[in-house]
Design a binder for this molecule. Structure first.
Ligand code: ACO
Length: 321
């Protein structure tokens, strides 16, 4: 059994915040943010909107595209590091709002690697024969956890959600192979320390703290590693890859790795100029947009890759069809 993607969907909050908007509140400018990150604008959700609200919008679109009814789902996984609350899980909140009455539901926490870890997890459930129809969502609202006085982080992130419906098939399509890994000793370079059981009163703040340069070095190293692992385990070559959809954090990371791996620009999907880093949502939003733009056709080989807090990283090789 293989896990095939039979529907995709995405959702972005309508409010656009440009680099010029940010230059009014912190000491930054459009040229710096564009040159150092590639980001031009990002979407920011209103105070009343929580992660499950965006997840529900993306999930409804993915379900519609798949042709499945909510009650046909057997499992819902929401990959997020900005859940609505510590419990119940965002996946259970979503299961309730979708009325997916026959589905189990849980959250998966792997920050910006979340969707790739989730895809590997969902595919494994399907390959084992445990479930046939799974809804997988990557959703984050990290703008709620930004220190809007810290120019080194508040310029980078945006909110969004992306979803896919996976279904069992006996054809050799869908998720062909996966790789996932963690380097927990590097965890301190990217944290959101407040609010957990070590600091329930948020004495350490409720904001993202990041040593950007360290994360950058990690990202270029592990993206290359995880692409190589995927290719090695299947005997495929870079030339056989039709589209690389990396986590959308910084265009310099993507350009560096693509060049090193010999992937030409037309085989690399980038939309971070519009949305910034949407964490677990970035890869499924990119997948949904690439499909809508006609960049993916039946039989294409895709590599989806993520990296992020943990630190974590992972990739999936997907044959479209
Ligand atoms: N505007 C203007 N100047 C700035 C800004 C800004 N927004 N941010 C930093 N600077 C300044 C710094 O203060 C520094 O000034 P100094 O030289 O006077 O000290 C200078 O610009 C250079 O700063 P660096 O941090 O060295 O800049 P760098 O080129 O490394 O870019 C960045 C910083 C964009 C954060 C980069 O390191 C990066 O993208 N890192 C990876 C982040 C990432 O990918 N995270 C993904 C995981 S997220 C998750 O899992 C939740």
């Amino acid at each position: 059994m293989k896990a095939r993607i039979i529907g995709t969907g995405s959702a972005l909050p309508p409010k656009v915040v440009t680099n010029d908007d940010l230059a009014k509140i912190v000491d930054t400018n459009d040229a710096w943010i564009r040159e150092r990150t590639g980001i031009q604008e990002r979407r920011v959700s209103d105070a009343a909107v929580a992660t499950s609200d965006l997840a529900a919008l993306a999930a409804e679109k993915a379900l519609k595209a798949s042709g499945l009814k909510p009650e046909e789902l057997e499992l819902i996984i929401v990959c997020t590091c900005s859940p609505d609350m510590l419990f119940p899980s965002t996946a259970c909140i979503l299961q309730g709002s979708l009325k997916a009455v026959n589905a189990a539901a849980f959250d998966l926490s792997a920050a910006c690697s979340g969707f790739n870890f989730g895809l590997t997890t969902a595919a494994s459930f399907i390959e084992s024969g445990k479930f046939k129809n799974i809804l997988l969502v990557g959703a984050d609202t990290l703008t709620k956890y930004l220190d809007w006085t810290d120019r080194s982080t508040c310029t980078l992130f945006g909110d969004g959600a992306g979803a896919v419906v996976l279904q069992a098939t006996d054809r050799e399509v869908g998720v062909l192979t996966s790789f996932m890994m963690a380097e927990g000793q590097l965890g301190p370079v990217l944290t959101m320390p407040g609010g957990g059981s070590r600091d329930p009163e948020e004495k350490n703040g409720r904001f993202i703290k990041m040593a950007g340069k360290e994360v950058f070095k990690f990202a270029v190293r592990v993206l290359e590693t995880s692409i190589k692992k995927i290719l090695e385990s299947t005997g495929k070559t870079v030339e056989e890859i039709d589209l690389f959809i990396p986590h959308q954090a910084n265009v310099r990371i993507i350009d560096h790795v693509s060049k090193k791996m010999g992937l030409p620009k037309e085989k690399v999907y980038v939309n971070l100029h519009k949305y910034g880093n949407t964490s677990a949502a970035s890869v499924p939003i990119a997948l949904d947009e690439a499909l809508a733009e006609g960049r993916i056709k039946s039989g294409d080989l895709l590599i989806l890759s993520g990296f992020g807090a943990g630190l974590t990283y992972g990739s999936n090789l997907v044959k479209w069809g």
